[in-house]
Write a protein that binds this ligand. Sequence first.
Ligand SMILES: Nc1ncnc2c1ncn2[C@@H]1O[C@H](COP(=O)(O)OP(=O)(O)OP(=O)(O)O)[C@@H](O)[C@H]1O
Length: 416
Amino acid sequence: MSDPLSIQADSPEVSGASILLDQVTKRFPGQKTPAVDGITLEIPAGKIVMLVGPSGCGKTTTLKMINRLIEPSDGRIVLGDDDVTRIDGDELRRRIGYVIQAGGLFPHMTVATNIGIVPKMLGWSKERIAARVDELLELVSLDPAQYRDRFPKELSGGQQQRVGVARALAADPPVLLMDEPFGAVDPITRQRLQDELIRIQDELQKTIVCVTHDFDEAVKLGDWIVVFSEGAKIVQYDTPERILAEPANDFVESFIGSGAGLKQLTLNRVDDVDLTEAVVGRPGDSAAGITQRVKQAGHRNAVIVDDRERPIQWLSLRQLDRLESIGSAVDAKLPIVGNRATLNDALDTMLVSSMGAAIVTGRRDRLLGLIDVETVMGAITAARAQAAAAGDDDSPVGTNSGTAVPATEGGASSGD
Ligand SMILES: Nc1ncnc2c1ncn2[C@@H]1O[C@H](COP(=O)(O)OP(=O)(O)OP(=O)(O)O)[C@@H](O)[C@H]1O
């Protein structure tokens, strides 16, 4: 390869590059045992790999050696086909997006300036940077006109985190590293941000390595999960489905915690089930006309959408009866789930709605349809049967030197 920094995508659809940690060790000065001990880890292009394990086991050190915020004491780091162990660290970090808790935004810079940092360093023109900033704000569901000139302190925690993701994606890097990205936000915001990351990843297919202490988050986001013990020893490297179904040993089992069955619910997404088509009305429509269509469809309610197809009201037959025409008020409390939300989240949303169902939206918050409790139950039964029959041919390698552990041997990787 002529330019060692031209990190190539592994296939045309996937914009991410594979990562290989090849027998990587980190010894901090004064430490008796290495923080990371001879780890070999293959991270497939275009996938999300979650690093989990107890506090101090070496997750963050492993992550930061990929962009060389921490220099490895030993071993090689390979991105795509390129050995990047010895290239200039600053140069490398411009090609690897990095997201930390609370976004890590510079407080004295506007949202636009924060997002534009790396493109500016790369010498992009002002116009190109401005266009990219707006494109990224749209991508993370923030209205550019409203947010580009704000300062971080004028944003909520979730919005700061979104800007953090936008900034990491600014120069379209093939790899995104995330360190407890959603650790500082409340559970509902966290769920939304996770859903959004999944949607963005569907679109962009980056290679994402993410540290979390939340096993549920690992199950929800990960294509693969690495369970570490002390010294970044890989105890199991497997799909969420197989870790839940066949934990390698008691250590992994204790990590999963109670309710492995319920956690399976987080493995299936709204997208995986057949949605019910909603009866749709718009502001200005006659209520009687909508009522007629609701009855014809055998439904009990209609979803009102705005001119961008976003749901703004959900009206029962009784509510429709009391109206002549439909208004344009926005009901902020609609039970809405994104199409990439897990069935677990969908169920939660349904339980707080009085309808026993939820409205499903897709890109740009557009209405896709409805999901109800019966559909979710049916899907869980089907998914369980499928997980039991799943194969493990494509498992990437995860080992520690001296204690070679195949990533998966029928789901277990306990070193035998
Ligand atoms: N700069 C440093 N100097 C010395 N020791 C360090 C340094 N950074 C980390 N360590 C040690 O290396 C080990 C691994 O730390 P690391 O931060 O990677 O763990 P972690 O799994 O990310 O933990 P947590 O979940 O608590 O963030 C710990 O024992 C830690 O104390």
